[in-house]
Design a protein around this ligand. Structure first.
Ligand SMILES: [Zn+2]
Ligand SMILES: [Zn+2]
Ligand SMILES: [Zn+2]
Length: 346
């Protein structure tokens, strides 16, 4: 994540609606991946320009700027009322239930964080209103947290552009229980988004016979029965799990899950390394420096992060072992992402 500053010099953060220091309103502009400070008027958001004169035309703010989402993004599609991220949400939990407004806010905040990395990587973001099988999110509840809904068990997952997330994942308590039940100490809402969007981009980016062949060489044959593989994983775990081949235990359940887990890690690395660079802790900017240099740098940064966490009595921030096989998979993802954004730029 980049750092952002208000015109007054105060550091501000991705989700801030206004500057705590000077009171200026803030708006994130996804088209330039940067934050404007200025003033909300009846006609829209008017950015203050650097030389002090307010020459900018008013810009459209996201309809969800109000409670409970408090989204501070600008709308870049002139036909839309919502920002590029909020537009992808189709279903939200019932807001009359006490915890749901906060859950929705947390989910949208993580989704916007996810989108900053998609924008950085220049990946295509077409939603379900724009194309068939476009990106769409459904935030659902099940009986475990709301006895009034019909669904017994909402499973987080992806199918043909549609990403389903259990809204309760936004609760610290639920997340903690799931961490223990599933043996996933690193489980986070952002991690869910990054994993599921990996499935979405598999559909979009593994789109030629050559690429599919290269995918199978690294991740295995995705044609093997997916439902059976997952059922086996949830019933028996992964008895033959070989840690050097996979980034996580879950990745060994099926080639699709290996891809999604590795993709999520690719996004963790790109975003966290960008943060390290923006705070002056590293000089190896992902996507500017070549893969091998920023990948080695990541190992160093992850080590520092874990050591800092241990000093604070927390669990490791990045409890993963990066092996040569995992590196080849990440490198493949890097190549696929590059080839897409190059095509988009020509
Ligand atoms: Zn300020
Ligand atoms: Zn929005
Ligand atoms: Zn998955």
């Amino acid at each position: 994540m980049k750092r952002f500053f208000c015109q007054c010099g105060q550091e501000v953060f991705l989700n801030n609606l206004f500057c705590e220091s000077c009171g200026r309103d803030l708006a994130y502009d996804p088209s330039i991946q940067s934050m404007w400070s200025g003033e909300l008027t009846d006609n829209g958001f008017v950015p203050h320009s650097q030389d002090g004169d307010d020459a900018h035309a008013p810009m459209k703010t996201c309809e969800n700027r109000s409670y409970p989402v408090n989204c501070n993004w600008l709308v870049t599609d002139e036909n839309a009322c919502q920002c590029v991220s909020c537009q992808t949400t189709r279903t939200i939990p019932d807001l009359s239930a006490p915890k749901n407004p906060q859950r929705w806010r947390i989910l949208e905040r993580s989704k916007r964080h996810l989108f900053t990395t998609l924008l950085l990587l220049n990946l295509p973001i077409r939603n379900y209103r724009q194309i068939e099988n476009g990106l769409v999110f459904d935030f659902l509840e099940d009986k475990r947290t709301n006895p009034n809904v019909d669904l017994e068990h909402v499973l987080t997952g992806h199918s043909h552009g549609q990403i389903t997330l259990n809204a309760a994942e936004a609760d610290e308590g639920f997340l903690h229980t799931m961490k223990e039940e599933m043996g996933e100490p690193y489980r986070t809402v952002l991690g869910h988004f990054r994993h599921e969007i990996g499935h979405y981009y598999w559909d979009k980016l593994i789109n030629s016979p050559e690429r599919l062949e290269a995918f199978r060489e690294l991740f295995g044959d995705e044609r093997k029965d997916y439902d059976k593989a997952l059922q086996r994983y949830y019933e028996n775990g992964a008895p033959e799990f070989r840690s050097h081949q996979y980034i996580s235990m879950y990745a060994s359940s099926h080639p699709f899950e290996d891809w999604a887990e590795t993709w999520a890690h690719y996004m963790h690395i790109v975003d966290t390394l960008e943060t390290a660079v923006s705070y002056g802790l590293s000089v190896y900017k992902p996507k500017v420096n070549d893969f091998n240099s920023w990948y080695s740098e990541w190992a160093r940064v992850a080590q520092v992060m874990n050591a800092l966490n241990r000093s604070m009595g927390h669990v490791d921030a990045y409890p993963f072992v990066l092996t040569d096989i995992v590196k080849s998979k990440l490198k493949f993802i890097d190549k696929v992402v590059d080839s897409f954004s190059e095509k988009k730029n020509t």
